[in-house]
Design a protein around this ligand. Structure first.
Ligand SMILES: [Zn+2]
Length: 288
């Protein structure tokens, strides 16, 4: 028997408290995410708890009941710095006592490739009016991402918006159109034919339809708790704003509207202000 164990056994046994409270267990999956990753925090020992809230870095965590636990999704923005990010969780347990827990999460570098592409000069060097238009459209999207619907509309892992056999590439590849450094690519591109059906990746509400300079004809789906998926460069749109859509429901067809070199679907996901790699949502470790 180890010395520690002998010492522990020699300690007086205290009577159990009247309402035994399970120890709080926090599991973060994956334990060491990459830039652009999505993590899910499971908080066990929270049966009967209320007001579960928390944060990861500056990001608010929106918890939802999951079995006998609580869980929350958090996004690691693709341009966040690798290193440690503090998290904090607080709630009121079933005895009415406030409980707290904190820790840190290590984020590793994403290791994204650099991609070069050539676009017509008019698509790269914007005139002042187009510059203003693009800036306004970016603000509209940011405002949308800051809007957190308090209920969870999604269930189970997300599914690809077009046939999963379609080639896809490009998350966070550094795109240098015509040699100029630009924003990293914050989605994945499916190279599929014009007119290919595009379906909802999960259940959600149509939060925005638009005709944007960069994104072209777009659909944004609100999956609740700050999670959005985005479908850009569409040819046709099959939904209306405010409509609820189920997973697999047609939202539009592939096109090349906006800044696109040819027909493709640009599919992106956003968790609050964090731009995340959509395939992580296809692998979420959730059963319902
Ligand atoms: Zn794209």
């Amino acid at each position: 028997m180890s010395l520690l164990r002998r010492l522990l056994l020699s300690l007086p046994v205290l009577p159990a408290p009247p309402h035994p409270v399970r120890a709080l267990e926090v599991r973060v999956v994956p334990a060491v995410p990459k830039q652009g990753g999505t993590v899910i925090l499971f908080v066990g020992g929270t049966k009967g708890a209320r007001d579960v809230e928390g944060s990861l870095g500056s990001q608010h965590l929106a918890f939802f009941p999951y079995g006998e636990e609580f869980a929350a999704l958090a996004g690691i923005d693709l341009e966040s710095k690798p290193g440690t990010v503090p998290w904090r969780i607080g709630f009121v347990d079933r005895t009415g006592a406030p409980r707290k827990r904190s820790g840190t999460l290590t984020v590793k570098a994403g290791g994204f490739p650099v991609e070069r592409l050539t676009l017509p000069p008019g698509m790269v060097d914007l005139d002042p009016e187009t510059e203003r238009r693009a800036a306004n459209e970016a603000v509209r999207l940011r405002t949308l991402y800051d809007t957190v619907t308090p209920e969870r509309l999604w269930h189970r892992p997300f599914t690809p918006p077009v046939s999963s056999r379609s080639p896809r590439h490009g998350f966070r590849s550094r795109r240098h159109p015509n040699g100029q450094p630009r924003m990293p690519h914050s989605g994945i591109d499916y190279s599929v034919a014009q007119g290919t059906p595009v379906v909802a990746s999960n259940r959600g509400r149509v939060a925005l339809l638009g005709e944007f300079f960069f994104a072209g004809r777009l659909v944004a789906l609100d999956h609740g708790l700050g999670l959005y998926t985005l479908y850009f460069h569409l040819d046709g749109v099959a939904v209306t704003e405010g409509q609820m859509v189920e997973r697999g429901q047609l939202v539009g067809t592939v096109g090349s509207t906006g800044r696109a070199t040819g027909p493709h679907l640009h599919f992106a996901a956003q968790l609050g202000r964090a731009r995340v790699n959509p395939p992580d949502l296809f692998r979420l470790p959730v059963r319902d």
